[in-house]
Design a protein around this ligand. Structure first.
Ligand code: PGA
Ligand code: ZN
Length: 425
């Protein structure tokens, strides 16, 4: 049973404070987890509890840490770590708010993940095996190699340009292709006279004027690395359109233009025509603009994967609304948007029951914790985005997938682009 739950303030990849939680069982077994943090956070996300005040730009997490050490510790003492749903429900009830604002989603998620780790350790199993059982597969990974929007100081308003290996004989083979493309992209950017500094997610952040230029560079890099765009390496992007939506005019203030929702749709259509290797578009419309998001899905949903992130925030209630309205055909999944492992599993199941694809995701503020890699494999999630093949907080997730592939002894190929082939139960 759980003996002690405790937490401490540690720091994330942006140098901001976050929560690390320990769950210690009565025989001394330890489970530990670190909580990530977003920058382009959706309005409907569970609340990260921050201290406010002067210390650490108000971002301190000592209140969240204190909540773990006192109330959560008292409530979980003597509870079985093998009943994840019960552990999570105890914390949800203890918090008592709909968005976890009292105890903090950062406090609750840290303990939720650390409980999984303690239970896995107690049964002497790797985390992915404890959570996922048998018949596991490695995901198709999406790598953010050019950063814009909230994640970089440049003229690009689309937040993330990703590459994914759509032809591979194993996870390792696909990852090598990504690494080759990444290094070639660096040369392409240097040659064009731009700096090769990195954005928050390890991608380059050249000060280009617009997104089209970024896509052209990416296209050139794929070709120069020796791959066929669309056949071997494909492109995906996350517009994170809430960031450039003007709630007053209901227009999109995008790279110096004021675009109506229809004009924005035409712009995306132009990109799809110009770069047929684009296979997935995330958040093309703002979280305040469900209507045009639905309209865009009706028009282009057969042609390309359309992912929703900020509108639905890994929240089963919002997933149900999106499904009913016909918004997007894939859901992004982020543990800290909802705040417990159990609720994340509920969201994943709901998505798959309704024929939506799922893509697991890191946050722009990450830690060295590789929970995400195991969780992706355990839930048989076909797609994962965890940043560029650079910066250790990103690469460690991929390194963990390499270890898992070695342990599974499979060729780890999941070639179908989108469907999650096996339901998670
Ligand atoms: P965030 O960005 O972690 O800053 O929210 C990731 C995303 O928008 O998908
Ligand atoms: Zn997003």
């Amino acid at each position: 049973v759980i003996d002690v739950v405790k937490a401490r303030e540690v720091f994330d990849s942006r140098g901001n404070p976050t929560v690390e939680a320990d769950v210690i069982l009565s025989d001394g077994t330890l489970g530990r987890a670190e909580v990530p943090s977003g920058a382009s956070t959706g309005a409907n996300e569970a609340v990260e509890l921050r201290d406010g005040g002067q210390r650490l730009q108000g971002k301190g997490t000592t209140k969240a840490v204190n909540n773990v050490n006192t109330e959560i510790n008292d409530a979980l003492h003597g509870v079985s770590p093998f009943n994840q749903a019960q552990v999570d429900q105890i914390m949800i009830d203890l918090d008592g708010t709909p968005n976890k604002e009292r105890l903090g989603a950062n406090a609750i998620l840290g303990v939720s993940m650390a409980t999984c780790r303690a239970a896995a350790a107690e049964t002497h199993q790797p985390l992915y095996r404890y959570l996922g059982g048998t018949d596991l597969e490695l995901p198709q990974t999406f790598h953010n190699v050019i950063n814009g929007g909230e994640h970089a100081d440049n003229g690009i308003d689309i937040q993330e340009f990703m590459i994914t290996a759509v032809d591979r004989s194993s996870f390792r083979d696909g990852f090598e292709k990504i690494v080759n493309t990444y290094h070639t992209l660096k040369k392409v950017i240097e040659k064009a006279g731009y700096t090769t500094g990195l954005g928050d997610e390890g991608g380059f952040a050249p000060d280009l004027d617009n997104s089209e230029a970024a896509l052209q560079m990416l296209h050139n890099a794929i070709v120069q690395a020796g791959y066929v765009p669309g056949k071997e390496i494909a492109i995906a992007f996350d517009a994170a359109a809430s960031y450039f939506y003007n709630t007053q005019t209901k227009q999109y203030d995008f790279e110096g233009q004021h675009l109506s929702p229809d004009a924005l749709s035409d712009y995306y259509a132009k990109l799809l025509a110009q770069f047929p290797e684009i296979i997935s578009i995330e958040d093309p419309y703002s979280e305040d603009d469900w209507e045009n998001f639905v309209k865009f899905t009706k028009k282009y949903g057969d042609q390309v994967q359309i992912v929703t992130d900020d509108n639905v925030c890994t929240n089963p209630t919002l997933f149900a609304k999106a499904i009913k309205m016909g918004m997007a055909n894939a859901f992004l999944i982020k543990l800290n948007q909802i705040g417990t492992v159990t609720e994340t599993l509920t969201a994943i199941r709901l998505a798959r029951k309704n024929g939506y694809a799922t893509m697991m995701s890191h946050r722009s503020g990450e830690t060295g914790d590789t929970f995400l890699a195991d969780f992706t494999v355990a839930t048989r999630t076909a797609q994962l985005k965890s940043g560029a093949p650079a910066r250790s907080e990103r690469v460690e997730k991929y390194n963990q997938l390499l270890r898992i592939e070695e342990e599974l002894g499979t060729t780890g190929t999941r070639l179908a682009h989108f469907p999650d082939s096996v339901d998670y139960d």
